[in-house]
Structure formats: C-alpha cells, structure tokens
Design a protein around this ligand. Structure first.
Ligand SMILES: Cc1cc2nc3c(=O)[nH]c(=O)nc-3n(C[C@H](O)[C@H](O)[C@H](O)COP(=O)(O)OP(=O)(O)OC[C@H]3O[C@@H](n4cnc5c(N)ncnc54)[C@H](O)[C@@H]3O)c2cc1C
Length: 732
C-alpha cells in the first residue's frame, strides 16, 4: 500500500534521518537524496545529517537561507510516501540478502517517485490568480528499512521504503521555492501504488521469480500462505485489535498501528535476525524458500500478451460494473492490479488505451466511460420514453398516509407514483427530503392485477405460501390438503479422501448416477461436487479438523445417497401467525432404515474406489466409541466400519446433516379435491363446489402426486410443456 502521511513537525521529520550504518548491515540503509529539487539544492548521494536537519527547518543547506516563505511553527514540513513489499519478497530478501531483489525494489520505488515528481505543482497567486502550476521537481530522502516494528522483542522481515518529500518545489516562472500542492497526487495515490507494484512484480519476473495475484495484491509463487502468516505477526495483531474495536477503515487501522508500535529493535543485526527467522520455519518451508532463491537471476519470465489482454478486459468488466463514469486512473489502476507480474506497466497502459472508451475532462481530471455503458444509458432512456402513457396506474383507490410528519409534497409524490401511466417514474429530492419514507408508502399500496388466467409457479414452498395466504380470504380454495405430504429426497453427502489428485471442480460435477437401487429398496447414488466452503459445512469436527480436510480439497471426491422418501401428512408446509412459511419434516422408521443401508453401501463404494478416509456429515457416535466426544469428528478409515454405520446411524436432528434439493408434492395433483389440490388439468380445485376453478393453475414441482425418485427437472419441463400447449390451444 502506498500511504502518504503529512508531517507538521520539524522534530519528527528530523527523526527520519537514518542512524543506521550501511556497512554494519543494520535493519535500515542510510538515506539517499533523490529528486530534481534535491539536485537543484546541490544535494546528492548519502544524506548528511546537518543537511537533513536544515531542510527540516525550511533552510537551504548550502546557504542557510529560508527555502519557502512560510516560517510558522505549524508549517507542513513534508510528506512521507511509504512503499511496502509483499511479505514473500520481504521474507526472501530477509533470508537471502540477495542484492538483486533490493535493487529491483529501490529502482521501482525511485521510478514511481519520479512519476509523482513529474506531476508536482505549486500554487500561483500572483496577479489575482488562484491556480496550480506544474513545477515537476521535488526533493526527497529515500530510507529503506528491512524489518517491521518488533513483536515480543523480535521484528518480522518487512522490506519497505519511506520517501520523505520536503514541502518545497521550485517555480521556474517566479524563480523561487514554494510549498508543494499535493492534493492531486494524494488523490491519485491508489494509481501510483498500482504503478509501483506493477513495476516491481515485473522486475522480479524478469529476475526469474514467478508471481501470483492475491486478493489485495501479489506474492511470489512457491512460498506458502501459511509461511507468510508466520511472519506477519504485527499485521495479525493490528487486525485482531481492529476487529475487537470494530475498526474497518484502512486509515483508522494505520492509526491503530501507530498507537501500538513498539520501539525499534536496533540491537539485533541482520545475521542474528536471519538465524531467528530460520528457526521459526519448518524443513519444508526452508526447502521451498531455497527453491525460490535458486530461481533468482536464472531464466527471465517474459511478458504474457494474452494474460495482459485478459487483465485489461477484466478491468473493463470490473470497473464499469458499479460505476458508469470513473476517473481514468481508477480504471488504469484496476488494469495494472489485474496484470501484476504478467506484463509491464507500459504494456498494460497501452492495451488499456486501446479500449473503446469515451474520455472527457472535468475539473482537470480525465474521466472515462465505456460504449456499453453509453448504450445501456441510451436504452434506459428509450425504455422510459417509449413507456410514457403506456401503463395502467398501479393504484386508483384511497391511500393511507402516516399521520405524523408526512408532508403535502410527499403525499403528492406518492399519488404521482401510483397513479402514473408511465412505465418509469423518477422522483428527485434533496437529501433528507423524505424520499425513503415516501417510497415506503408508495410501495405498500395494494396492487390489483387484472388477468385472464393466473398460473402459480412459485415452487413447492412459494406456491403453497401463496395458496395458504389467499385461502384466508377465499374459502373456495381453502383445501385442507394444501401443503400436506411434502417430499424432498433427503440426501446424505459422503466425502472420500484419496491419495491421488481428483480436482473435483474440473470436468463434469454430476456425471455419475446409479439408479440400480431406485425402485427397491428406494435410494439413488449421485456424484456431487461443491466448492470448498460447501465441504467445510459438511465436515464434522473442530476447526482444525475441518481446515485439514478442506486443505485436501483436490484429493476429495463426493457423492450422495438420495432417498426416495415416502409421503406422510406429518411432513408439511404451513404458515405461522405472520403468514410466513414453516416447514416440518421427519424421516419415518422405515425411511431411516433404507437410508442407513444406502449410506453404508455408499461408504463401501467409496473405500472400494480407493478412498483412504470417508467422512459422513454426522457427529453421532455411530462407531460406538468409548469416551466419545461429539466435538471431535470421527472419520472412517476402514470399509468394515460401514456395518457399524448401517446399524447405528440414527439421523438425529442437528447431529446428522441431511441435504435436500428436490422439494415436491405439497399441492398434489389428484382426481378429487378430497385427495389433492389441483386437477389433472392443473387447475386448482374449488373445495366448496368440488369443481375446477377455471382460470387458476399451478405449474411447478408442488403438483407431483408422489416422489419422482429421480432428479425432477425433466419431469417439470414435461409437465410445463404439455400444460402450456394445452393452455394455448384452449384445452387446459
Ligand atoms: C443445489 C440444487 C441442485 C439441483 N440440481 C438438480 C439437477 O441436477 N437436476 C434436476 O433435475 N434438478 C435439480 N435440482 C432441483 C430443481 O432445481 C428443482 O426441482 C426445480 O427448480 C423446481 O422447479 P419449480 O418450478 O417447482 O420451482 P423453482 O425452480 O423453485 O421456481 C420457483 C420460482 O418462484 C419464485 N417465487 C417464490 N415465491 C414467489 C412469490 N410469492 N412471488 C413471485 N415469485 C415467487 C422463486 O423465486 C423461484 O424463482 C437442484 C436444486 C438445487 C437447489
């Protein structure tokens, strides 16, 4: 992250001067003068303490004269631009001291600071003007540090640089030094940060080090995330504190970092630290790091043109997803982030420049939008324009307004919305004018839809809810069979852990289906794939067990045993007092017995396919263990254990997890209203007359009379196809 911190204290600015001695290999390097402004002040090479202190006091080191006119104590002394390395690079450098890495870092920092310098400005006030003028020169000291502030007395490796920019820039036209105007630079800090990382990642790839993108940036490949966590103790502590205090804002977190900062651990030399750091790593971690180290300087990795184009295209998709117009640099920063490592900044920006963007300048800032966004906007305007006067008003009756604090203007707005004949209605109002409460009233007016036919297709639960709520005021549909006899194909997912790589997310995820047991005893096996989060949900046990299992995701296979369940009136969908749905479901004893057998066969199949471990989503004591602890997951390791599962698994609610994706049969089709809710023409029965309601239909999986005992989509399609054909032909 590139942080820019303002310093108003000469004393604090003086402390930036490094006391480290380059030749003693301390945790910092002696600072270097950088920038065209420094050159103009005849400052170059290593920083001399006296020169530094004079500049901090706003004096020119050569003459001792005042630099800029401002002499107040509260003067802005300068700005600290902070550049940080990804943790993997800090660790590699900390443990190898490979100067090529340090050089790549310093060059990337310097080049980015030069980009920033090129945009430096001073305020022009002469002749009644009040504007900024480009000066293009700055003076700064670059201080490179190798470690973070210590935790428990020992710092972690953390390669970073402080570039302290003095608050002075030379205005050639007025021939004098003035304060720097940093507003635009600070505003564009995320862009400069992306420029720095883009450069640095590419430089390392040119050195032969492969990089990978992470959520917030990039890291070197070959160093495991767990290793990085071991060496990020300070970040971990700040994050923990921030969480405890409910702090999420990055600036507030940085402030927290400053508050919790311990003094520097200067007494330790880099070789001492190197030894301590190595002692915290396992053999395997050291071997991985060594493999990465050996790559440095070997085979440069070239730019990947396709990946670069992909990065720019992803940036296009991402940038305009939420904003229709944005600063060009916001888009460029995103493109650079997407392309870290794969291509240089120049390549990414060249490709970004070729994108079909519409550009405009507002208040000196370049803004962009895309042709697609413009087209969308035009389409929206067209939609609104063509929809004028084409609709029936939503509501023409009386409207109940809140008694208190509801203005005449709000009432007028509500009436306008609900009685308009336009398809789109726009309300504009100042912040706090009451738009939200006005819209709540507009939203809650009752909507009457006049339709020749009403087709309910809200699913097994949704349709039942609508019917039960409607039945409260329409006795003709108040059929006691509504919601009764819910079937849901309860399933027990099984996870098998293999020695070999499986990669569940590659290829077809539901490719195998075994229906040999479908009719008798009545269960089906199906391969099941899921994301690691789904696996984590299913795996019983403590956090460590879950983590270890999910970490082996690429060696996991899954399939489920799906029961063809038996209808029972006790399994039903009903409503609570608020009219919200309640689902009640339990397995009968015979269904439990069949499912147990199915699960046991599934376990045996998994072992026979080569699994070393099989996990069932249950913390029941199905192996009859002594001293059984339900908080510790029991995983099967032997095919013979399937017999115990078949005997003991009880499907206890909240201890064994069943999944259900095939909800059906709550509004069964039947030849009479006594036994079902819809007729064979899919019309809802009128329970008062025993006849069909002519224009109220149901068309979803709730009309199945019994379990289909198979995945239901094709049956639903078939029903829907026949139904719509009949309806169109007036034969329903
Ligand atoms: C994870 C998962 C995997 C599955 N895999 C398969 C598979 O591989 N093969 C297969 O055949 N089946 C599969 N299914 C089952 C299949 O998706 C369902 O059986 C099927 O979608 C049910 O169709 P439906 O029309 O009855 O209801 P739904 O598809 O649920 O449609 C009902 C719609 O009505 C809407 N609705 C609800 N209430 C209201 C309301 N009051 N007003 C307006 N709209 C409302 C809902 O938002 C929903 O869009 C799977 C289901 C899940 C959850």
């Amino acid at each position: 992250m590139l942080r820019v911190t303002q310093s108003n204290s000469a004393a604090r600015a003086k402390s930036y001067y490094s006391t480290a001695d380059y030749y003693t290999e301390g945790q910092e390097l002696v600072g270097l003068w950088r920038g065209k402004g420094a050159a103009r002040l005849k400052l170059s090479g290593m920083i001399d303490r006296d020169d530094w202190d004079l500049l901090c006091d706003n004096r020119q080191p050569e003459t001792g004269e005042a630099l800029t006119p401002r002499r107040k104590d509260e003067r802005r002394v300068g700005y600290d631009f902070n550049f940080h390395c990804p943790k993997s690079v800090s660790l590699l450098y900390g443990l190898t001291q490979d100067q090529r890495i340090l050089q790549a870092f310093r060059e990337s920092v310097e080049a980015t600071m030069e980009d920033i310098e090129a945009e430096s400005k001073a305020r022009v006030r002469r002749g009644g003007k009040n504007e900024d003028r480009l000066t293009g020169n700055l003076a700064w000291g670059e201080f490179v540090h190798f470690t973070a502030r210590p935790e428990d007395g020992v710092p972690d490796p953390h390669l970073h640089a402080h570039c302290f920019v003095f608050n002075g820039t030379f205005d050639e036209q007025e021939d004098r030094w003035k304060a720097v105007q940093v507003g635009d630079i600070k505003r564009d800090a995320p862009y400069f940060e992306a420029v720095f990382h883009s450069r640095f990642a590419r430089r390392l790839e040119e050195l032969g080090l492969e990089t990978r993108r992470t959520v917030n940036g990039w890291e070197l490949t070959g160093i495991a995330p767990e290793t990085l966590t071991t060496f990020s103790r300070r970040t971990a502590r700040i994050e923990k504190l921030a969480k405890a205090r409910g702090i999420t804002n990055p600036d507030a977190k940085a402030e927290l970092g400053a508050q919790t900062r311990s003094g520097k651990a200067k007494e330790m030399s880099m070789p001492e630290l190197n030894h301590l750091w190595r002692s915290r790593m396992t053999e395997q971690e050291l071997a991985s790091l060594d493999a990465v180290r050996r790559r440095v300087g070997r085979d440069p990795i070239g730019e990947d043109d396709r990946a670069a184009l992909g990065a720019v295209e992803r940036a296009m998709a991402h940038s305009f997803e939420r904003a229709s117009v944005l600063p060009e640099r916001t888009f460029l920063a995103e493109a650079l982030r997407q392309g870290y490592g794969v291509a240089s900044r120049e390549t990414i920006e060249r490709l970004a420049g070729k994108q079909p963007l519409i550009r405009a300048t507002r208040d000196g800032r370049q803004l962009v939008t895309s042709l697609e966004v413009l087209e969308e906007e035009k389409a929206m305007l067209r939609f609104a324009r063509e929809g004028r006067g084409t609709c029936r008003p939503i509501h023409l009756g009386t409207i109940t307004f809140p008694v208190k604090n509801f203005s005449e203007e709000q009432k007028r707005a509500v009436r306008h919305v609900v009685t308009s004949k336009d398809r789109v209605v726009l309300i504009r109002g100042a912040a706090g004018a009451g738009k939200t409460s006005m819209m709540k009233v507009a939203r809650d007016v009752s909507v009457a839809i006049a339709a020749e036919n009403v087709i309910l297709a809200a699913g097994t639960i949704g349709t039942t809810r609508i019917l039960l709520n409607s039945a409260k005021t329409t006795p003709a549909i108040a059929n006691p069979r509504i919601g009764k006899g819910l079937i849901l194909h309860p399933s027990v997912p099984l996870i098998g852990i293999f020695d070999k790589t499986i990669k569940l997310l590659e290829g077809l995820d539901s490719a195998t289906f075994v229906e040999a047991f479908g009719v008798t005893p009545g269960f089906i096996f199906e391969t099941m794939g899921g994301l690691p989060a789904y696996g984590a949900l299913l795996v019983p046990g403590n956090g460590k067990q879950v983590y270890e299992t999910v970490s082996q995701f690429n060696q996991c296979a899954g399939f489920g045993t799906m029961l063809v369940d038996t209808p029972s009136d006790d399994n039903c969908v009903s409503l609570d007092e608020q009219g919200d749905v309640m689902v009640q479901y339990g397995l009968s004893d015979s269904d439990k017995q069949r499912l147990r057998t199915g699960v046991a066969i599934g376990i045996r199949m998994m072992f026979m396919a080569g699994a070393k471990q099989v996990i069932i989503p249950s913390n029941e004591n199905f192996l009859n263990q002594e001293n059984f602890d339900p908080m510790v997951g029991v995983y099967l390791t032997d095919i013979a254990q399937a017999d115990l599962v078949e005997r003991n698994l009880n499907f206890t609610p909240n201890r064994t997890l069943l999944t259900a994706a095939h909800l059906q049969a709550t509004n069964k089709m039947s030849s009479s209203p006594e036994t079902g809710v819809v007729s064979k023409h899919q019309r809802v029965w009128n329970v008062l007359t025993g006849t069909e309601i002519p224009n109220l239909y149901i068309m979803d999986s709730s009309i199945f009379p019994t379990s289909v005992g198979a995945n239901p989509m094709q049956t639903i399609y078939t029903f829907a196809y026949i139904f719509s054909k009949r309806l169109l032909q007036g034969m329903a």
